[in-house]
Design a protein around this ligand. Structure first.
Ligand SMILES: Cc1cc2nc3c(=O)[nH]c(=O)nc-3n(C[C@H](O)[C@H](O)[C@H](O)COP(=O)(O)O)c2cc1C
Length: 288
């Protein structure tokens, strides 16, 4: 029985949903899978040597992996296990393709072997809110792809990843996003007229960047831009500085969303069509 470790970071739950789906599919194939949340440092018992193979899962942030994922992987010991990448993003945009380059460099230097990447398009948690119909289509596609991807992991399949020069260029250029978010994050504000002082934002921030002294909120210098705070704020009280116009507040009902292709907006229908009509799994080579 194959024992798979799935290390994940999920700002607002999309990536976690995909990981849970793949875990369920692995278990149907008689493999064992354990989800390890990268919000916290990885303990000895969860290190890659405890698994036959592992996966690293993350939401694409500015055509790259979030800083917290990179930092946690830097702490991994040397090893020789194979790994897969599972990533979720709001668009099937080809520029998302090379978002794992930092991860692959870090893990490659430590001796780990990259096998394949799986790219799941999930609802945007920033920029604009996807319609329920689009969300339904994304989830339907995820349900279709996950069994194939799980099988590939269970069987030790390998994908041939060739990145185009222009995608490499875009993701390297957007590495500036990490530093940018640390600056922008300091400018987040809470509208105290709306705030119900539930403390969710303070408790759930993955990098403990938010403090509340009973009267005033302070946002520190460590923001990842994962938007967990503003996305989950029950009253939409958190203003995300210059990104306010792109804010998406409130969870999607992904599993319950209706699938109705006829209702999908023109832009989405065109740019996402290839992704929705792809056959088999979500190995990025199949989505060229
Ligand atoms: C700061 C930030 C940057 C993002 N950058 C991209 C991007 O470059 N490409 C993309 O397709 N989606 C992008 N997204 C959308 C997320 O990748 C997408 O909604 C993802 O499924 C969120 O996963 P999560 O709920 O696990 O955090 C971005 C979201 C945030 C908050």
């Amino acid at each position: 029985m194959k024992n798979v470790g799935i290390y994940y970071f999920s700002g607002t739950g999309n990536t976690l949903r995909v990981c849970k789906l793949i875990k369920e599919e692995l278990e149907k194939l008689d493999a064992q899978a354990r989800l390890i949340d990268l919000d916290a440092p990885v303990g000895k018992a969860d290190e890659p040597e405890n698994f036959d193979v592992f996966a690293v899962a993350y939401p694409v942030h500015g055509f790259n992996a979030p800083q917290i994922v990179i930092d946690r992987l830097k702490d991994f010991p040397q090893g020789d296990k194979d790994y897969y990448i599972i990533k979720s993003s709001g668009e099937p945009a080809p520029a998302n393709r090379d978002s794992s380059h930092q991860i692959n460099k870090i893990l490659g230097k430590k001796g780990y072997g990259m096998m394949d990447e799986f790219h799941y398009v999930m609802p945007y948690n920033m920029i604009f809110r996807h319609s329920d119909e689009m969300v339904g289509m994304m989830w339907a596609r995820a349900l279709q792809a996950a069994p194939c991807d799980a099988r590939e992991i269970a069987e030790g399949g390998r994908g041939e990843i060739k990145q185009k020069l222009r995608h490499k260029f875009i993701s390297r250029l957007f590495m500036l996003e990490h530093g940018g978010m640390r600056v922008i994050g300091r400018g987040f504000k809470v509208d105290m007229k709306k705030c119900v002082k539930c403390g969710k934002c303070v408790k759930n921030c993955p990098v403990q960047n938010i403090a509340f002294d009973g009267e005033k909120f302070t946002f520190g210098k460590k923001c990842l831009g994962c938007v967990r705070c503003s996305f989950n704020c029950p009253t939409g009280a958190i203003r995300i500085s210059v990104l306010e116009g792109w804010k998406v507040n409130g969870a999607y009902k992904i599993e319950a969303a209706e699938y109705d292709e006829a209702k999908v907006c023109k832009y989405c229908n065109k740019s996402y069509k290839k992704y929705f009509t792809a056959k088999g799994g979500n190995s990025i080579e199949k989505q060229k």
